[in-house]
Design a protein around this ligand. Structure first.
Ligand SMILES: Nc1ncnc2c1ncn2[C@@H]1O[C@H](COP(=O)(O)OP(=O)(O)OP(=O)(O)O)[C@@H](O)[C@H]1O
Ligand SMILES: [Mg+2]
Length: 266
């Protein structure tokens, strides 16, 4: 039976930014940022270095907190609500509940260095979701198999190549069965010859699941293959938004054209 909450969530976007501001001291990174990501959407964010792409993902993951505005996940406020014209912070417990539905893979892998591969993967499912160790291990093994690392469960991250560490990080994110997956330049720290292995795993996830994805990448072919929408982002705002074919072939805004010609030249 769908609950009242399920009914309320139906039709709501997976992610909605409503007038989001983010400042670091005097540095205003986002100002009044509005955008939505529909459920099951695969959205790529592009934009110049320092424009705030990582910050957007970190806000969704609650690793940073917005200084103004509201972020909604499935229609539920993430960290703040508006009540009587006031911006009120929600309790830590509420954030943690909402964050359970979100996974993130980082440029620098961010595995727990002192834990074996298998323990990296079962950590959150056992501690955050309360899954039994046996179930978590069984699921972790399936995921390791899926990312081609079935033989590495007892290794430590330092014993793995960058590409292998990133595949573990992907398995770790998937172990939480996220509804939303955030990918921040996940191949930028990898040697060119293994970039495609990691991208192929992500393509497979995109093809075989309905996970909503918000992707920051410089891999334009990957963005084209996987995403159904591209947001060009600069100066704290969305400058242009289009399907990948349109965005990469025939962008409307001069700012987008300049950016793409600089990136594609590299
Ligand atoms: N923890 C922080 N403390 C202070 N300033 C920060 C912090 N994190 C990010 N910034 C600043 O916020 C701005 C946006 O940074 P962000 O990392 O989001 O950019 P980006 O678009 O991801 O860039 P890149 O393409 O280089 O990864 C930058 O000016 C950066 O210096
Ligand atoms: Mg970044």
């Amino acid at each position: 039976m769908p609950t009242q909450l399920d009914n309320a969530r139906r039709g709501e976007p997976a992610i909605r930014f409503d007038g989001v501001d983010k400042r670091f001291g005097d540095n205003v990174v986002l100002r009044g940022l509005d955008f939505t990501v529909a459920k099951g959407d695969r959205v790529t964010l592009i934009g110049p270095s320092g424009s705030g792409k990582t910050t957007i993902l970190r806000l969704v993951m609650t690793l940073e907190e917005a200084t103004g505005g509201y972020i909604y996940i499935d229609g539920e406020p993430l960290t703040h609500v508006e009540r009587g014209g006031q911006r009120i912070a929600l309790k830590e417990k509420h954030r943690n509940e909402v964050r359970k539905r979100i996974g993130m893979v980082f440029q620098q892998f961010n595995l727990f260095p002192n834990m074996k591969v298998i323990d990296n993967i079962i950590e959150a499912p056992t501690h955050v979701l309360g899954m039994s160790k046996a179930d978590a291990v069984a699921k972790a093994r399936q995921l390791l198999d899926k990312v081609g690392l079935a033989d590495k469960e007892d290794s430590h991250p330092s014993q793995l190549s960058g590409g292998q560490q990133q595949r573990v990080a992907i398995a770790r994110a998937l172990a939480m069965d996220p509804e939303i997956l955030l990918l921040d330049e996940v191949t930028s720290a990898l040697d060119p010859e293994i970039v495609n292995d990691v991208l192929n795993i992500l393509r497979d996830i995109a093809d075989t699941t309905d996970i909503t994805m918000l992707i920051v990448t410089h891999e334009m072919q990957f963005a084209r293959d996987v995403s159904n929408r591209v947001l060009m982002f600069d100066g704290g705002r969305v400058v242009e938004e289009a399907e990948p074919d349109v965005m990469f072939k025939d962008p409307k805004e001069q700012r987008t054209r300049d950016f793409l010609s600089a990136v594609l030249r590299d």
